[in-house]
Design a protein around this ligand. Structure first.
Ligand SMILES: [Zn+2]
Length: 112
């Protein structure tokens, strides 16, 4: 599982005025295509005809992009307390707090 920052390209007065590229989400996924698909499925990241979403692996973000993605995490994802999330495979409760974007794909230490 890897972390991807989702960027929406294309300025549009309806959701992204005067901004060519905007980080809209951070997701956990196994592939870039799945990360993009997960973001596309979210209504809040909808695109107009002149826009598209791009998933960039966290490790490939430049300093500016990483700052923007960190900001998205701080603003849009609550921190879930330990025990709030269950492992996908064995159902064990999480042992540490984690940002909510990570919850859908949570695997415990022994299942990873
Ligand atoms: Zn597990």
């Amino acid at each position: 599982m890897a972390t991807y920052a989702i960027f929406r390209h294309g300025s549009n007065a309806n959701n992204q005025p005067r901004t060519e590229t905007l980080c809209v989400a951070v997701v956990e996924a196994t592939t870039r295509a799945k990360a993009t698909a997960a973001a596309e499925a979210e209504e809040s990241f909808s695109c107009y005809v002149n826009q598209h979403l791009e998933a960039i692996p966290w490790s490939r973000l430049n300093a500016e992009q990483r700052e923007e993605a960190d900001e998205v995490i701080r603003e849009n994802y609550e921190l879930l307390p330990a025990g709030a999330v269950s492992c996908l495979l064995c159902g064990a409760d999480s042992t540490a707090e984690m940002p909510a974007y990570r919850a859908p794909n949570y695997l415990c230490e022994s299942c990873r």
